[in-house]
Design a protein around this ligand. Structure first.
Ligand code: TXA
Ligand code: MG
Length: 321
């Protein structure tokens, strides 16, 4: 099925498509999602097809109110409750044991459902007008860079979906932090817009699941979030530029332009002392620089702490040289 994809701000129009079991791209504060009625297998199937995502990679269910979490999960443990109170609405996704009413196709047959209460005015308004939650992966083709503007979604999803609800550029800019529980201990499955120390301040010590073997989350796949152009992540950008001397190089860096390359071939994401701004600009910069057709994109690696850890995580998965 092909569509003439519309972009608009009309929430009612978005609702009309969703009510007809069609897909709508929606803004959230992290990245845009490819949303469909979470209770409709038919609609969910279309999401997997549009995203070209294998059906063994489950989807996050987006809700409009905290009460909905209790309607989707059989049990919300105490630590989950603390996290809900502190971070929802916001860029947090919780893995909780699912009730039967959540279709297996949403969780790829897994016992837990991923639930998130986004904090974006347009998403909240839309969700509160629906009588079902929205299952949504990030609105990029499987493995590619996530979209943070309606235009990014259009570039990747034109003809594949009927409607993109435009809510401006996503404020946070990288995906939600995903937390599950093992023997009541919180486990981080994906670092994201909420940092490790912010989580630990609420629930104490958490485990970071870095064992890619039993990882169910493709966001944790070693290769992901990738541009088409080869990307090198390194602390030593001067050395890397010398190594690729003679090649057509694009550079993503922080604080100031490098004197080793014309300014037009560089994107300065922001100050390394303001990593919120860096995260906000990251994917847009990757979309822009990937479109140029450089031989190689060199990206400067950040100190591995706080939000820098989440940003490095995405860039490491995006890197392919
Ligand atoms: O910020 C975000 O989380 C964005 C916005 C749109 O909400 N969504 C997003 O979705 O990043 P996606 O599908 O690109 O990444 C969600 C990750 C995937 O790695 C998926 O495997 C994992 O969450 N996931 C979803 N449901 C799961 C479940 N039941 N058990 C384990 N992992 C799950
Ligand atoms: Mg994704």
């Amino acid at each position: 099925m092909t569509f003439k994809t519309e972009i608009g701000t009309d929430i009612l129009r978005a609702k009309q498509f969703l009510d007809k079991e069609e897909i709508v791209a929606i803004p959230t504060e992290t990245v845009y999602g490819l949303a469909a009625n979470a209770f409709s297998e038919n609609a969910i199937n279309k999401v997997y097809v549009a995203k070209m995502r294998p059906t063994n990679n489950p989807l996050i269910v987006h809700v409009a109110r905290e009460e909905w979490i209790y309607q989707l999960a059989t049990e919300v443990n105490e630590k989950a409750e603390l996290l809900i109170e502190k971070f929802m609405p916001g860029p947090l996704t919780l893995l909780l044991p699912k009730k039967k009413l959540v279709p297996d196709i949403v969780t790829s047959g897994l016992p837990d459902v991923a639930i998130r209460f986004p904090n974006h005015p347009t998403a909240k308004k839309l969700l509160s007008q629906l009588d079902y939650p929205l299952a949504a992966p990030s609105a990029n083709p499987f493995g590619y860079i996530s979209p943070t503007t309606a235009q990014h979604v259009y570039n990747q999803m034109n003809n594949k979906i009927p409607f993109i609800l435009d809510g401006g550029q996503c404020s946070a800019g990288i995906e939600s932090t995903i937390i599950g529980f093992k023997n009541n201990l919180p486990v981080i499955y994906r670092l994201g817009s909420i940092t490790l120390s912010e989580i630990e301040a609420v629930v104490g010590k958490v485990i970071i699941n870095s064992n890619t073997k039993d990882i169910l989350a493709p966001g944790m796949l070693k290769k992901h979030y990738s541009p088409s152009t080869p990307l090198l992540l390194t602390e030593e950008i001067d050395e890397a530029m010398k190594k690729y001397n003679g090649k057509n190089i694009g550079l993503i860096t922080y604080d100031s332009y490098s004197p080793l390359l014309p300014d037009e071939q560089q994107i300065v994401l922001g100050k390394s002392t303001n990593l919120g701004q860096v995260a906000h600009n990251l994917y847009a910069a990757m979309h822009t620089i990937d479109a140029v057709g450089y031989d190689i994109i060199i990206v400067k690696k950040l100190p591995d702490e706080g939000m820098g850890k989440s940003i490095n995580d995405r860039l490491t998965r995006a890197s392919n040289v």
